[in-house]
Write a protein that binds this ligand. Structure first.
Ligand code: ADP
Length: 346
């Protein structure tokens, strides 16, 4: 290959690529490689001046010695983001010259997805293990020391029912999450009357509200507001948000559900419906807001568990709203309560 052909070939490779000749001298590198290795002109440079990761140097050397392909990883930081590249070294030869073609494939997104999967499995196992350990402990006690103690038995059975209930809610929310994820690419098509929906959610949750002496108010237009949506899923969104407002808003508080229609919603730049759920609770510190819809993210884990929370409610909400191509807006300040607003296109 002539050197211009090498330069043109490297330029045509859609990822950082360079050719290392004998003596660890870089024959040439494309623009993407220069950017990755922060060098203005790679041609003619010694490899060690731009690349110091031993695994990559070893792979290049091994590729040259064996004349066979090698792969390894290159870890770096771009800006403030950690990046992972899969480095592929291929032996290239042209008459009396030979070299190693090194390409860098960005696999950061794969690594991130894999890490998320590992975290999710670890979280689920942890969440299930806690109630399960409690159940096993009480079963053992009931089989042994508390066998003939009816008072203890009743108390332990009560706790066991609670723990089993927690596992049940967790499994229900996990199934719900996976169902919502599976449907995420299917456009919802039912016609849903949102005014009726708000009304039915409030009716459904009134026993829960009464138990905490919470008043639920609604502020909805008199005429029906219809949109194309998945009725069950929208009900779940409003149920989860209102349930949270009752749970976290505190005893004796007021929860307000408001519905409004906009010809041109600023968030959607299109006609939209807004449903907001407002509570007068302790509010949420702004540092938590960006992570609130992550699976199992809780501001106060103890309080969430005490309230029977699974930490999945808002993750489900986010997925459903994504499916509807809507937005979720959370406004909150410590001591000022919270407002969760669902914005749906009409
Ligand atoms: P959980 O099952 O724990 O309620 P969610 O996903 O519904 O899980 O909510 C995640 C976290 O967000 C909760 O643990 C809680 O800390 C916080 N949160 C949600 N809604 C409110 C609210 N209305 N007021 C204060 N904190 C809230």
């Amino acid at each position: 290959m002539t050197d211009t052909l090498i330069t043109d070939t490297l330029a045509a490779i859609p990822m950082p690529a360079l050719v290392v000749a004998a003596g660890e001298r870089i024959l040439d590198g494309n623009k993407a490689a220069e950017k990755l290795l922060e060098s203005e002109n790679l041609a003619g440079m010694h490899l060690l001046t731009v690349l110091r990761q031993p695994s990559v140097l070893d792979a290049i050397e091994a590729c040259r010695a064996s004349q066979a392909a090698r792969t390894t990883r290159y870890l770096t930081t771009v800006g403030r983001q950690d990046m992972t590249y899969r480095v592929h070294c291929g032996f290239v030869r042209n008459e009396d010259r030979s070299g190693v073609l090194v390409t860098f494939e960005d696999i950061t997104h794969l690594e991130t997805a894999e890490q998320m999967r590992r975290d999710f499995v670890a979280n689920v196992s942890h969440e299930l293990r806690t109630p399960l350990t409690a159940l096993l402990g009480f079963i053992e006690t009931l089989q042994g020391p508390a066998r003939d103690d009816p008072v203890a038995r009743d108390r332990f059975l009560g706790i066991m029912a609670n723990e089993a209930g927690r596992m049940n809610r967790l499994v229900r929310d996990l199934l719900s999450l996976s169902q919502v994820e599976a449907q995420e690419r299917i456009r919802p098509g039912e016609s849903v009357n949102m005014t009726d929906m708000v009304d039915s959610v409030i009716r459904n949750l009134s026993p829960l509200a009464e138990a905490s002496n919470v008043t639920i108010k609604q502020d909805v237009p008199a005429e029906p507001v219809k949109l194309a949506a998945d009725a069950d899923q929208i009900r779940q969104v409003l149920m989860n948000l209102t349930e949270n407002a009752i749970k976290y808003g505190g005893v004796d508080g007021t929860v307000t559900l408001s519905l409004s229609v906009m010809d041109k919603d600023p968030a959607l730049r299109a006609p939209g419906v807004r449903v907001s759920v407002r509570d007068q609770g302790p509010g949420i510190d702004p540092i938590h807001l960006p992570r609130l819809t992550e699976r199992f993210y809780r501001v106060d884990s103890h309080r969430s568990r005490e309230m029977g929370g699974t930490g999945l409610g808002l993750a489900i909400v986010k997925h459903i709203i994504n499916r509807h191509r809507g937005r979720l807006k959370v406004e909150s300040e410590l001591g000022q309560g919270s407002v969760f607003t669902v914005i749906l296109p009409m």
